[in-house]
Design a protein. Structure first.
Length: 114
């Protein structure tokens, strides 16, 4: 069974930064597109960013210029660097592995508040 374990969430003030990590195991990491979703209270889950096996990235408009997704294939890890955080970024962030069958992590809480 594929395992995705997120870390790095927490409480941060507006304008601050966080880096989320997602460590994958029991999967051939390098060939799959990886992504980050988020779900805020009372809202639908939203795709935040993706990165293909070749390193091509895509972002939802609301985070462009502030968030950066990256991957380290040697460590089977995908990252989400989040800068200039806003209260509306508050959500549970989930790591996802693409492919014929998708796998999700358990989520990590990000709270942006003063």
């Amino acid at each position: 069974q594929v395992q995705l374990v997120e870390s790095g969430g927490g409480l941060v003030q507006p304008g601050g930064s966080l880096r989320l990590s997602c460590a994958a195991s029991r999967t051939i990491f390098t060939i799959y597109t990886m992504g980050w979703y988020r779900q805020a209270p009372g809202k639908q889950r939203e795709l935040v960013a993706t990165i293909t096996s070749g390193g091509n990235t895509n972002y939802v408009d609301s985070v462009k210029g502030r968030f950066t997704i990256s991957r380290d294939n040697a460590k089977n890890t995908v990252y989400l660097q989040m800068n200039s955080l806003k209260p509306e970024d508050t959500a549970v962030y989930y790591c996802v592995r693409g492919g014929a069958q998708w796998y999700w992590g358990q989520g990590t809480q990000v709270t942006v508040s003063s």
